[in-house]
Design a binder for this molecule. Structure first.
Ligand code: 13P
Length: 265
């Protein structure tokens, strides 16, 4: 069975005190939940992944040391492994502090920093070389959807960004479908819209690689997913969890989203 994942992308938010408080509150809730719902009763506990800003990585990692249910990752990495790139952070650096995941190709990186699919493919290579799980983001902009181009846009992003790799490498990747028009807007994709794109992505993997590769791939939904709409989105057969922005900044909301996926609510 493929992995169910709820990930929190904190983006450039929270000072350190706030970040610590958020992670601490979440830890208390998760620990309590695990005590209340015995392991054999939890239908399928989702993996929780937190993506704090770089500067908080080690401190948030310390909080979840020896916690098998919670992983910590970075929001980005450079496309080279070292060098004279002032202000940048490489995949081997992220991995060396104990982080396990890295977001690559978030639409904010694509639009604000001009990251294109070729550069993103280099970043994915770096992540895999450092044994980090790349959480590769794809998704169309509103005019692309309105013009009926959304399937093609996502297909191209995956072809260029990911599908150069072999099936063994692909098994280490997580895909996040984040329609740009839904990110931070309060406009969520309907469960039907999410399901049809996730099914499209899975079929694409099936056609390009194999049925097994498609079945194993975790495809997360992101874009105004919150405590109220998460259960409905996660009920789709091809939605394996979420990449949550705004709602991951409130422990109660994020915890509710996690519970929406683990079958215990
Ligand atoms: P919001 O949940 O704030 O819409 O952000 C989604 C996102 O971009 C996660 O990476």
């Amino acid at each position: 069975m493929r992995k169910k994942i709820v990930a929190g992308n904190w983006k450039m938010n929270l000072n350190f005190e706030e970040a610590k408080a958020l992670a601490g509150e979440l830890k208390v809730k998760l620990d309590h939940q695990r005590g209340v719902v015995p392991a054999h009763k939890a239908v399928s506990s989702p993996e929780v992944v937190l993506f704090p800003p770089y500067v908080y990585l080690t401190r948030i990692l310390d909080l979840f040391i020896n916690d098998e249910g919670v992983s910590v990752g970075a929001q980005n990495c450079h496309h080279e492994d070292h060098g004279a790139h002032t202000g940048e952070v490489s995949a081997p650096m992220i991995s060396s502090v104990g982080a396990t995941h890295v977001i690559i190709g978030h639409s904010e990186r694509r639009s604000q920093f001009g990251e294109d699919d070729e550069l993103l493919a280099q970043k994915v290579k770096q992540a895999l070389k450092s044994a980090l799980v790349p959480v590769f983001c794809c998704g169309e902009m509103l005019p692309e959807r309105e013009n009926g181009k959304h399937f093609q846009v996502v297909t191209d992003q995956l072809l260029r960004g990911l599908f150069w790799m072999d099936e063994v490498q692909l098994a280490k990747v997580v895909i996040a479908y984040e329609p740009v028009w839904a990110i931070g807007t309060g406009v969520t994709a309907s469960p039907g819209q999410a399901q049809e794109m996730h099914a499209h992505i899975r079929k694409l993997i099936g056609d390009t690689y194999s049925k097994g590769a498609a079945e194993r791939m975790s495809v997360l939904y992101g874009g105004s997913c919150n405590a109220k709409n998460a259960a409905e989105l996660f009920a789709n057969p091809d939605v394996d969890g979420g990449l949550i922005g705004g709602a991951s900044l409130k422990a109660a909301d994020f915890f509710q989203i996690i519970k929406s996926l683990d079958g215990s609510q």
